[in-house]
Design a protein around this ligand. Structure first.
Ligand code: NAP
Length: 261
């Protein structure tokens, strides 16, 4: 039997907007999803929700996905009652920074359980029409049960994601100059309250899209991208100094033009 097609028992810790979005596809694929979270989502359709963390951890899980905010992951993982686990389990996180959860999971997850760190490079907005062609980054951090890990990764591969195996360090280096800069520009555009006009260029339409794609993400998520990615500070400084240089060159040109008058 092709083990990658076997339905998985998937436990989710942190049932916010992103994991609810992932849950829809996992259920569609036939997996069993059970979730727990700080807030009460018992009324949510689809996944079975458990308020009690010990009861949740005592279920038969193949995979436990950590889907909490970046800012809370340390506190949340440290509070997991691992002693309630029925069997060795694959722990997979989906946080948008990677070195930080990698370090926490290696420190906290029992030695007989495996760890894979992942980052689906899309969200409820960019993935609303399916995941085909969207990037999915992962690092097999501590994997002994290769079949189980492959079955988990197959959730994304079978939807057409472009699977990219990469170290968490490399991810954070690249994401600081791509995702973090995109979010920052989106937030700046939002502060400027830019909106579509009757005479939009294609370029401007794309800028409005950048603003809208980032507007729905929480401030917790954006702050996490900055605070827990050691490469982000440098990118923020690069942005500031680039704006100063661009402004400086315009001012110098204006002075020169004024001098010709
Ligand atoms: P988020 O604001 O980053 O995280 C919300 C989740 O964190 C909720 O489950 C919330 O629990 C939990 N949480 C927040 N503070 C907590 C605390 N002090 N203690 C316990 N739990 C806490 O929003 P998100 O968009 O759902 O993202 C979830 C994770 O997925 C993040 O790590 C994010 O980086 C990653 N991710 C998001 C996207 C995206 O497009 N949104 C894409 C890829 C990866 P309650 O809801 O129970 O309060």
């Amino acid at each position: 039997m092709d083990t990658s097609k076997k339905p998985l028992n998937i436990g989710i810790i942190g049932f916010g907007p992103f994991s609810q979005f992932l849950t829809k596809t996992m259920i569609k694929q036939g997996h069993v999803v059970r979730a727990t979270s700080r807030s009460d989502y018992s009324a949510h359709l689809g996944a079975n929700f458990f308020r009690d963390m010990e009861e949740f951890m005592g279920l038969e899980h193949d995979v436990i996905m950590i889907c909490t905010s970046i800012l809370s992951v340390s506190e949340v993982v440290k509070s997991i009652p691992f002693h309630c686990l029925k069997k060795p389990t694959l722990f997979a996180d989906v946080l948008s920074v990677k070195e930080h959860p990698r370090q926490i999971l290696l420190q906290e997850v029992p030695e007989d359980s495996d760890v894979v760190c992942t980052h689906p490079m899309f969200g409820p907005e960019s993935g609303k029409n399916g995941w085909n062609g969207l990037n999915f980054m992962y690092e097999r951090v501590r994997v002994r049960d290769e079949d189980l890990c492959s079955s988990f990764l197959n959730i994304f591969e079978s939807e057409g994601c472009k699977m990219i195996e990469m170290s968490c360090e490399e991810h954070d280096r690249l994401a600081a100059q791509s995702q973090f800069v995109t979010h920052t520009i989106g937030r700046i555009l939002s502060e400027m309250q830019i909106t579509n006009t009757a005479i939009d260029t294609k370029g401007f339409e794309k800028l409005v899209q950048v603003k809208e794609n980032t507007a729905n993400d929480s401030m917790d998520l954006y702050s996490g991208l900055f605070i827990h990615n050691r490469f982000a500070k440098q990118q923020m400084e690069n942005l500031e100094s680039a704006l100063e240089r661009v402004k400086g060159s315009l001012e110098a040109r204006m002075k020169k033009e004024d001098g010709h008058k």
